[in-house]
Design a protein around this ligand. Structure first.
Ligand SMILES: [Zn+2]
Ligand SMILES: [Zn+2]
Length: 347
């Protein structure tokens, strides 16, 4: 079968690989119908996630049709259409029992190398899905692949960040960073009925899209965002800040944007071992700093799919490029150069 495989740091290729098969009774084999390139695929590619072996299959956003199931699978049968979660929880540890699936000690990730369970990804004709009773979600026939695809990763990630921010109706909200996850966070934040969402970025195309989702764009290349936000919140700062970048300047900016006693919810992936934070000011201003870690996809995707089904969010609106799996390498180039906001691939 065809698959997008990790070649070397910085490069992928489309290769012919063996079709996967059921290895465990809790596995399912899925024929992929739609998949996508995620920002975190680029992390893998550039070795910010160590442990990738050449030839391993990338990709963790996918929808498909179940082709075969292992003997212990109870929720799916061949022919079922299903959405995949990018994370694979064990399903029966202390955390999984409490639906804190993303805190699972034995959590694996599709296409993320040996430190994440060495599970081949889904940018391929077929994918083996471990713990499929947890890792797959049934889909309503009325929903298209594209509508639901991001509920397995970036939309539910944005929703997780918004939910962890504990937005109350009428709150002012800032979303820092309008990449794909930030744009999902804008849409998800809206579900909690804030009075205003300020979207901070410096890329005009992203800001325009955030605006179409109902946010007030704040172009950090032309205005001073902290001043802008203070001017619009009677000098207090925003009630809630959703940090969707994962770099120190975005985190320290978030502490500037939030009001005293407000909450910063961090979904941007931080990889620095240590950083200098303005600790005294953060303490005195009583900032509630919430790190979300890996988003709780399996714990929250019921809600995420309901929101999409009810038309309260439209994650697929960010798709800028639809390509065949055969053109995946070009898709990676377009995504990496930021010419493409979001690339969807169909085998
Ligand atoms: Zn992802
Ligand atoms: Zn677990």
């Amino acid at each position: 079968m065809r698959a997008v495989v990790f070649k070397d740091f910085g490069s992928v290729e489309l290769a012919e690989v063996d079709k996967p098969s059921i290895l465990e009774p809790t596995d399912a084999l899925l024929r992929v119908t739609t998949t996508a390139i995620c920002g975190s695929d680029l992390h893998v590619l550039h070795a910010r996630i160590p442990g990738m072996t050449p030839g391993s299959v990338l990709g963790h956003e996918f929808v498909g049709v179940v082709e075969e199931v292992g003997g212990a699978i109870t929720k799916f049968k061949p022919g079922d259409r299903a959405l995949g979660s990018f994370t694979i929880p064990c399903g029966d540890c202390w955390f999984c029992e409490r639906r804190m699936f993303s805190r699972c000690h034995d959590q694996h990730v599709f296409g993320y190398g040996s430190f994440f369970g060495d599970v081949n990804g889904a940018q391929a004709d077929y994918v083996r899905v471990p713990n499929a009773d947890f890792t797959l979600h049934h889909l309503d026939a009325g929903m298209s692949d594209e509508q639901v695809l991001f509920a397995g990763d970036i939309f539910t990630t944005g929703y997780d960040c918004a939910a962890e921010a504990q937005i109350e109706p009428g709150d002012s909200v800032v979303v820092v960073g309008c990449g794909p996850v930030g744009l999902m966070a804008v849409q998800a934040a809206k579900v909690f009925q804030p009075s205003a969402i300020y979207a901070v970025d410096s890329v005009s195309q992203r800001l325009e899209m955030a605006q179409t989702f109902g946010a007030i764009p704040v172009d950090s290349s032309s205005v001073h965002p902290a001043t802008f936000i203070q001017d619009h919140t009677d000098g207090r700062g925003a009630d809630r800040v959703l940090e969707c970048v994962g770099l120190l300047p975005a985190l320290t900016d978030s502490l500037d944007f939030v009001r005293a006693g407000g909450r910063v919810s961090v979904i941007g992936v931080h990889s620095d071992p240590e950083v200098a934070l303005p600790l005294n000011i953060t303490f005195v201003r009583a900032i509630d700093l919430k790190f979300c870690g890996t988003a709780n996809i399996v714990g929250r995707w019921d809600e995420a799919l309901r929101i999409i089904a009810e038309g309260r969010a439209e994650p697929d609106a960010i798709i800028s490029h639809r390509m065949k799996l055969d053109d995946a390498v070009r898709g990676y180039e377009l995504f990496e150069s930021r010419e493409a906001l979001k690339v969807v691939l169909t085998p």
